[in-house]
Design a protein around this ligand. Structure first.
Ligand SMILES: [Zn+2]
Length: 329
């Protein structure tokens, strides 16, 4: 190994989702040089969470053949409410974390700076710095999967809000008399357009004996996956097309409201549902967006699909480390 390589900076990015954990050793120049993927810890306790993180860090250092000193930060994306400056996670229900200082606890075990961030913000940072949104200044990222999350970049910087809870676009109200949402309110965006919502609508139609190719792809008690939806869309399945088209109309509506309000220059759409069938969804979303947006707000705005897939949050780790440590990674 040459001196230059020995002096390179890297971060370990860890995206800890409710169902799986993705992690990688990464820097700007080389991208991801080592990676691993694990199912989420089913015990869902803070102790098992902390142990799994330290294990991943150790494994990735071995896998990448790097020395500890080359790793400048451990950046962790967490699906929940947290403060990246204090390191306290107030609530991440899918991981079993509540009112715990993850940063401090991990820092006691790992001699490398630990930085935590909301997973959707980390994705927004990745899309903004390394995806096709690189040229933008005011960007909204919306990730559509089990739920719907949003992240905001304003004037080139991540906007976290007064209580670090900005970007909860999944819980803007679309219909005040709509179905109940997990957050306690009614008619939130995500009860109409998340994968969970699309699947629910399809299952209701199947129960009513409507015909769909998706029937033979699903097994009882298991969720309908994005790739199953994509297969059904390719087969021009009427039931699936109807529910996805309805979701696209609602997505376009919420994006138009956001753009009317914030005048973004770029909207990046990501998450399993979009990435599996962006060729079908994006034109429909844009059509709905045009219908509901103001001329000034929609002029020159670009609506694109995330081109980094699941890695987008790992790339966000580079931006997060650079922000907090003021060094180039
Ligand atoms: Zn809600």
């Amino acid at each position: 190994m040459t001196e230059a390589v020995l002096d390179n900076n890297y971060v370990i990015s860890i995206d800890t989702g409710g169902t799986k954990t993705l992690a990688g050793v990464i820097n700007t120049k080389e991208g991801i040089i080592a990676r691993l993927k694990r199912p989420a810890d089913s015990r869902r306790t803070s102790k098992s969470y902390l142990n799994s993180i330290t294990e991943i860090v150790d494994d990735l250092i071995v896998k990448s053949n790097l020395k500890r000193r080359n790793i400048k930060a451990i950046c962790i994306g967490i699906p929940g409410a947290l403060n990246p400056f204090t390191g306290i996670v107030s609530l991440a229900p899918n991981l079993g974390l509540k009112n715990i200082n993850i940063k401090e606890k991990l820092q006691a075990k790992i001699p490398i700076p630990v930085i935590i961030e909301n997973d959707v913000n980390l994705g927004a940072l990745g899309a903004f710095k390394f995806g096709e949104a690189k040229s933008s200044k005011n960007m909204l990222a919306v990730f559509i999967g089990t739920g719907i999350g949003g992240g905001l970049i304003l004037d080139g910087k991540i906007y976290r809000g007064s209580n670090y809870s900005a970007g909860e676009i999944g819980h803007v109200t679309v219909d005040k008399k709509g179905p109940k949402c997990n957050c306690g309110n009614k008619g939130c965006f995500e009860v109409f357009a998340s994968r969970t919502a699309i699947a629910k609508g399809i299952l209701e139609d199947l129960k009513a004996n409507k015909k769909s190719v998706i029937k033979k792809m699903i097994s009882p008690g298991k969720p309908i996956k994005s790739r199953m939806l994509a297969t059904a869309v390719k087969a021009k399945d009427r039931i699936v097309l109807k529910h996805i088209s309805n979701a696209c109309d609602t997505i376009g509506l919420v994006l138009a409201n956001s753009a009317n309000f914030m005048n973004f220059d770029m909207i990046v759409l990501g998450g399993g549902v979009i990435e599996a069938m962006d060729y079908f969804m994006l034109p429909k979303i844009k059509e709905s967006f045009r219908k509901y947006s103001l001329k000034d707000a929609s002029k020159n705005i670009k609506i694109i699909a995330n081109n980094l897939g699941d890695d987008v949050a790992l790339y966000g780790g580079i931006a997060l480390a650079e922000e907090f440590l003021k060094i180039k990674i």
